[in-house]
Design a protein around this ligand. Structure first.
Ligand code: GLY
Length: 312
């Protein structure tokens, strides 16, 4: 029997001190939700989805309810799930799906496909009884305000709002994509990731999150989920890069650190990731100011987002 475990991230970026506590606590509570599933004998996939669903329901995080708004002030979500046998399901650009991660699971378990986008994915959701809602119900007040401010600032500074998401996100609000990697008592691994994408993105833009190997990856050696500037993560296939290091014998921490080093040296990217290896070792790294990490045990503040080395 393996000792089950989970690691969660709640986003990376310039998470401001006044909201940092919410990020820490929400990430920790999500990890606990996943750990409860594992303790009850649930699968790694069940646990990763339970943690991600928790974050989709929490408006602090940029996933599900509380997602960031696109150029047109709407929410369009992406999500992916993958298991250690390399089965994968993902959706991109969906409107009005309350838990996009549930729909990703439907793609994995009930279709022969890996990625379904837009209206086709929404049609699948309705056909399979996935909870739908008025897309406006997913908009949290603080996200609406952030969108209004960003649009106004772009006008003030004469910047085309469509170019804003391309600016270096180091000093911008976090992209706060969420994700979870889990290992269950039978030794199976899984990852789940979910996001509203980046503020002011063009309608129809998909980032790294629903793209297997860019925002998430899972295989027999471990699981990884990324957060941050999706375009940068996509250019280097960040999640698969970290996974391949694991498969070639790197520790979880080496894989996380080297993946971020590569991201920075290759494309000057700003993103972070969590890594869980098949033995249950957990690690993270980021090239952003902070990354919110959730573990079933409570991480002290001077550790969360900074100190990556954890005993299992
Ligand atoms: N990392 C999420 C995104 O860029 O969409």
């Amino acid at each position: 029997m393996t000792r089950p475990t989970i690691i969660v991230h709640g986003g990376a970026g310039a998470i401001q001190p006044e909201i940092w506590q919410e990020f820490r606590e929400g990430s920790h509570e999500a990890a606990q939700a996943g750990q409860r599933v594992l303790a009850a004998g649930g699968s790694a996939l069940d646990a990763a989805i339970a943690a991600t669903r928790y974050l989709e329901d929490n408006p602090t995080f940029n996933a599900g309810y509380g997602s960031g708004l696109n150029r047109d002030g709407q929410i369009q979500c992406d999500a992916l799930v993958m298991t250690g046998d390399r089965r994968c399901g993902a959706v991109a650009g969906v409107y009005g799906v309350r838990h996009p991660v549930d729909l990703a699971r439907v793609v994995l378990e009930q279709t022969p496909h890996v990625l379904i986008v837009g209206p086709g994915a929404e049609e699948l959701a309705r056909a399979k009884g996935i909870e739908m809602c008025d897309p406006a119900e997913l908009i949290a007040d603080h996200r609406r305000q952030a969108w209004e401010k960003a649009v106004a600032e772009s006008r003030d500074f004469g910047v085309d709002p469509e170019l804003l998401p391309q600016l270096d996100p180091y000093d911008r609000p976090p992209s706060d994509t969420v994700g979870a990697c889990a290992l269950d008592a039978t030794g199976h691994l899984a990852v789940a990731s979910s996001t509203g994408g980046i503020l002011l993105k063009l309608p129809g833009r998909a980032g790294d999150t629903p793209v297997v190997g860019s925002g998430s990856y899972c295989g027999p050696a471990g699981a990884t989920s990324c957060t941050g500037h999706g375009e940068a993560a996509m250019r280097v296939c960040l999640a698969k890069y970290a996974y391949d290091l694991l498969e070639h014998g790197a520790s979880a921490q080496e894989a996380a650190d080297r993946a971020v080093d590569y991201l920075v040296s290759a494309v000057r990217g700003r993103a972070g990731l969590i890594v869980l290896d098949r033995h249950g070792n957990r690690a993270w790294a980021t090239s952003t100011r902070r990354i919110a990490i959730g573990l079933p045990e409570y991480l002290p503040d001077d550790c969360n987002g900074y100190c990556p080395v954890l005993p299992h």
